[in-house]
Design a protein around this ligand. Structure first.
Ligand SMILES: [Cu+2]
Length: 567
C-alpha cells in the first residue's frame, strides 16, 4: 500500500525573496547581514517558500528563537520539495555567537510530529544534547523547549533533529552553528552546508504515520524518495536497515547483483538508475550547497586582498570531495577544532564525510570568478554541488568547472604542525573498548552492527568521570563507510591501521572509517551523562549502528517514551 502523500499548501511568496536574503557573510565591519531574531515567517497556514538562511544572533534578551514547521524549497531549478524548516529556511538560520556567550535557544515545534534539536559537535551538558529518550523527552507538536549552554569552545558546529533523524534531517531540519573567536583573522567568513536530495517524491521523505500499512511490504516498492516508507513505519524496527542502498552494496553475496557495483566511493550514487531493487532505493540525485543546487547556489562575494574562511559542513549522507579553483588554501580547522601550521594546498581535494566539518582559509589574491565544487567520482549529481567565488567588480569568468578531473585527496589526518596532543598510544587507559562495525542481514533486511549487535542491544562504553578512554574502531563492512560521531566529547585520533598519525593533533567528534580501516582514538570522560556514539550515515544509525557512553552514577530524568527514536 502506498503512503498517503501529504500535500502542503504552497503559499508562493514573491519570487525574489530567496534572492533578497542572499548568501550572507560576516564582513570586516563585524556582524553583517542581520537576518535578525524571530526571522520566522508569521504563523500563517500552509507552507511558504523557504528563504535562504539568514544569520541569527542572540536578540536583546540574549535569546535565539527557532521554529520548526513545514515549508517548500526549490532545491534545483524547477524542482520543489516539501521540507521541514527551521525559521522558514533550509538550512535553518546560521546561528552565530561569540565565544563566551550563552546560547539560549527557545525552540517551538510546529511540525506535525515530535522532534528535538541536537548541537552536533558541541560538548553541551547532557540534558541539552537533544537525543530523545536518552537526554530529553520529545518536543511534541505545539510544545516549546529551551536549549541553553555556554559557548566556551569556538568553532564550526551544526544543529539538527535527532528524532528519527535519518528522515527528519533529510527533510531539511538542520543548520550551522558557529561559535566565533573573540577576534576574527578573516574578512569574510562563510558557512556552506552540503546535502543531497531526490528529484522523485514530494519530499525527501514521507511524513511518518500517514497511512502506511504497517503489515505490508508493498510500501517498499516504487520510485519514491529515499528513506521514506520504511522510516515512517513505526514499530518495524527490523525494517530500518533497508533504508539505504549503501547497506545493500555492503551485503555479502550481493556483489554480483545488477547495479551492485561495490564502488565504495559515494556508494551507489554512480548509477542510481541501475538500481531496480524490489524495494525503495535511495536515489539522491540532487546535491546541494545551503539547500540549493546548480544555478540556484548563491555566489560567495569577496574583494581582492581579503582573507577568506569557508566553513564546510557535511549534513548529508554521502562523502563529498571538494576542489577550490584558482587559489592555494590551508585547512585551519577539523570538526571545528583549530589545526595549526597546515601547509598550503592547491588543486587537491578536501574530502568531507557526513557529520564532519572542515574549515579552509585563503587569501583572495586572484581576481575573477572561480568555483568551489565537488569532484565526487561517478556521481552525476555532483555537477550541481558548486558555488562560484566572485570577486567584487570582476567581470570575466576565469575559472571553468572541471568536476570530473581526478585530483589527489589531502590526507587531513597527517596535516599541520607536529605537536604533542593530549593523548598518546602507549599511555595507560582506564577503559579500553573495541568497536567492530559491520553490515549484516537481519530478520527484515539490512542491519548495521556494532560488535555484532544493533541498538539498543549494542554493548555500551561504561566510564567513570575522569577516566581516560581508548576506543579501537574497526570497519568490517565490505563497502560501507561509517563516519562515527561521538556526542558530548572531542576525541583525539591516534593511529590509522596501526600507524601513528603525524602533524597537528587530530581532535574531532566525527571520524570516517572506511572499509577495512582500523583507528585508535582516545578521550577523557569529562562530561557526565548518557551519550550516544553512532554512525552519521543516519540510515546506518537507524539500522542499528549506535552505542552509548554511559557514566557511572549519572541519573537521567528522562521518562521512557514509546515514540522516542534517538537513532
Ligand atoms: Cu555507517
Amino acid at each position: 500500500m502506498r503512503v498517503l502523500r501529504r500535500r502542503w499548501t504552497a503559499v508562493l511568496l514573491a519570487a525574489g525573496l530567496a534572492l533578497l536574503a542572499g548568501c550572507s557573510s560576516v564582513g570586516p565591519a563585524g556582524p553583517a547581514a542581520g537576518g535578525g531574531n524571530g526571522a520566522a515567517p508569521a504563523d500563517t497556514a500552509g507552507s511558504e517558500m523557504a528563504t535562504a538562511p539568514a544569520i541569527l544572533r542572540p536578540d536583546a534578551n540574549g535569546e535565539i528563537r527557532l521554529v520548526a514547521k513545514p515549508a517548500r524549497l526549490e532545491v534545483a531549478p524547477g524542482v520543489e520539495k516539501e521540507v521541514w524548516a527551521y525559521n522558514g529556511s533550509v538550512p535553518g538560520p546560521e546561528i552565530r555567537v561569540k565565544q563566551g556567550e550563552t546560547i539560549r535557544v527557545r525552540f517551538k515545534n510546529e511540525l506535525p510530529v515530535p522532534t528535538t534539536i541536537h548541537w552536533h559537535g558541541y560538548p553541551v551538558p547532557n540534558e541539552m544534547d537533544g537525543v530523545p529518550g536518552v537526554t530529553q523527552n520529545l518536543v511534541k507538536p505545539g510544545e516549546e523547549f529551551v536549549y541553553e549552554f555556554k559557548a566556551t569552545v569556538a568553532g564550526t558546529y551544526m544543529y539538527h533533529s535527532h528524532q528519527e533523524s535519518a528522515e527528519q534531517v533529510d527533510r531539511g531540519l538542520y543548520g550551522a552553528l558557529v561559535v566565533e573567536e573573540p577576534e576574527s583573522a578573516y574578512d569574510r567568513d562563510f558557512a556552506l552546508i552540503l546535502d543531497e536530495w531526490t528529484k522523485a517524491g514530494e519530499s525527501n521523505a514521507e511524513p511518518a504515520g500517514t497511512g502506511m500499512d504497517h503489515g505490508s511490504m508493498g510500501g517498499m516498492s516504487g520510485p519514491s524518495s529515499q528513506g521514506t516508507e520504511a522510516q515512517g513505519m513505526q514499530g518495524m524496527q527490523g525494517m530500518q536497515g533497508m533504508q539505504g542502498m549503501q547497506g545493500m552494496q555492503g551485503m555479502q553475496g550481493m556483489g554480483d547483483m545488477p547495479g551492485m557495483s561495490g564502488d565504495t566511493k559515494n556508494d551507489g550514487m554512480g548509477s542510481p538508475q541501475d538500481m531496480s531493487m524490489p524495494m525503495h532505493t535511495m536515489q539522491y540525485d540532487i546535491f546541494t550547497i545551503n539547500g540549493k543546487s546548480g544555478s540556484l547556489v548563491q555566489p560567495l562575494t569577496v574583494k581582492e586582498g581579503e582573507r577568506v574562511r569557508i566553513r564546510l559542513i557535511n549534513m548529508g549522507y554521502l562523502r563529498h570531495d571538494l576542489h577550490l579553483h584558482g587559489h592555494s588554501f590551508t585547512v585551519v580547522a577539523r570538526d571545528g577544532q583549530p589545526v595549526a601550521g597546515g601547509r598550503p594546498l592547491k588543486d587537491q581535494l578536501i574530502s568531507i564525510a557526513p557529520g564532519e566539518r572542515v574549515d579552509i582559509a585563503f587569501a583572495a589574491d586572484n581576481p575573477g570568478t572561480w568555483y568551489l565544487e565537488a569532484h565526487d567520482a561517478g556521481a552525476a549529481a555532483a555537477s550541481g554541488m558548486k558555488v562560484a567565488i566572485a570577486y567584487d567588480g570582476a567581470s570575466q569568468q576565469t575559472g571553468q568547472p572541471n568536476e570530473t578531473a581526478k585530483l589527489p585527496v589531502v590526507d587531513l589526518l597527517n596535516y599541520g604542525q607536529d605537536e604533542q596532543g593530549p593523548f598518546t598510544l602507549d599511555q595507560e587507559y582506564d577503559v579500553q573498548y573495541t568497536m567492530e562495525l559491520g553490515t549484516g542481514m537481519g530478520e527484515n533486511g539490512v542491519i548495521y552492527t556494532i560488535n555484532g549487535k544493533t541498538f539498543p542491544d549494542t554493548p555500551p562504553i561504561r566510564v567513570k568521570e575522569g577516566d581516560l578512554v581508548q576506543v579501537r574502531i574497526v570497519n568490517r563492512s565490505p563497502t560501507d563507510e561509517h563516519p562515527m560521531h561521538l556526542h558530548g566529547h572531542f576525541f583525539q585520533v591516534l593511529s590509522r591501521n596501526g600507524k601513528p598519525l603525524t602533524g597537528a593533533p587530530v581532535i574531532k567528534d566525527t571520524l570516517n572509517v572506511k572499509p577495512g580501516e582500523e583507528y585508535v582514538i582516545a578521550f577523557r570522560a569529562d562530561n557526565p551523562g548518557n551519550w550516544v556514539f553512532h554512525c552519521h550515515e543516519l540510515h546506518h544509525a537507524a539500522g542499528g549502528m549506535v552505542t552509548q557512553v554511559l557514566y557511572d552514577g549519572y541519573v537521567s530524568n528522562v521518562q521512557p517514551e514509546p515514540d522516542a527514536r534517538p537513532e
